[in-house]
Design a protein around this ligand. Structure first.
Ligand code: NAP
Length: 254
């Protein structure tokens, strides 16, 4: 019997990551759910996955910390050896914003954190996944989906230009890595959400942001996490077998 395909979702404890884990489980994936702080929330998502009849494990790691990323993948390797599974997908979803500020007000520490989590976290996890999935390394292939943002096309002036710039780096990384590993059985794509109703806005000090912006959005409403998850899970699936290096806007036209 072939080993069961497992999907690692970073930042899977809530929002878009949790919605992705639920939908992927419903479509047959086993799940590894990474989180940074909220173990109880990650365990609750894992329980939902198990209710759908799939295997789920939770992995605590700060994706910005290379040592923690290495340790997370090593733990995953051991669990997969014991359980007979195979890492076949990665969703680089963990990401952060910060409070609204102009660039001339931003500290160096803020910029370091913004890029450490959103850019280097994505690149470190992708590196570890490619080392396991690429046929060049003896792997069986797989798919990676990176979470960008339409902020990378808008620049987010007066809000978080640093975040927009970090997501711009994610777009370019997606295209470059996709071409690098295209002949090795690994597809790499990105999804660029618009304004989605999750807790990320509260974490940036603007809990009502998604609905406050609704009248300015083409569809007059924010998106839902499950609407973004649909695009992510499609990009992971064999239905997207000839799609790589794509950056897909899921932004309601924004
Ligand atoms: P969210 O609700 O704030 O959830 C963020 C998740 O990331 C949480 O599970 C959190 O885990 C985890 N996380 C944060 N820092 C981490 C770190 N250093 N290491 C590992 N995990 C970490 O965010 P969301 O709205 O679902 O956003 C998900 C992705 O979509 C992000 O990349 C975001 O930039 C992107 N996006 C969101 C929107 C939007 O409007 N919501 C728009 C465009 C793009 P803990 O709770 O355990 O800390």
């Amino acid at each position: 019997m072939d080993p069961k395909p497992l999907l690692l979702v970073t930042g899977g404890s809530r929002g878009i990551g949790a919605a992705t884990a639920r939908l992927a489980a419903a479509q047959g994936w086993d799940l590894a759910i990474n989180y940074a702080r909220d173990e109880a929330a990650a365990e609750a998502v894992a329980d939902e996955v198990r209710t759908l009849g799939r295997r789920a494990l939770t992995l605590c790691a700060d994706v910005a910390d290379e040592g923690q990323v290495r340790a997370m993948f090593a733990t995953l390797d051991r669990q997969l050896q014991d359980g007979g599974g195979l890492l076949a997908g990665l969703v680089n979803n963990a990401g952060v914003v910060d409070v609204a500020a102009r660039v001339d007000e931003m500290s160096g520490a803020r910029l370091q954190r913004m890029f450490a989590i959103n850019v280097f976290g994505t690149m470190l996890c992708a590196r570890e996944a490619v080392r396991r999935m690429s046929q060049r390394h003896g792997g069986a292939g797989g798919a990676i989906v990176n979470l960008s943002s339409v902020a990378s096309t808008l620049g987010s002036p007066g809000q978080y230009v640093d975040y927009a710039a970090a997501k711009g780096a994610v777009d370019v990384f997606t295209v470059g890595l996709a071409r690098e590993v295209a002949a090795e059985g690994v597809r790499v794509n990105a999804v660029r959400p618009g304004v989605i109703d999750t807790e990320i806005h509260a974490s940036g000090g603007q809990p009502g942001r998604a609905f406050r912006l609704a009248p300015t959005l083409p569809m007059q409403r924010p998106g839902r996490a499950d609407e973004v998850a649909q695009a992510i899970v499609w990009l992971l699936s064999p239905a997207a077998s000839y799609t790589t290096g794509a950056v897909l806007d899921v932004s309601g036209g924004r």
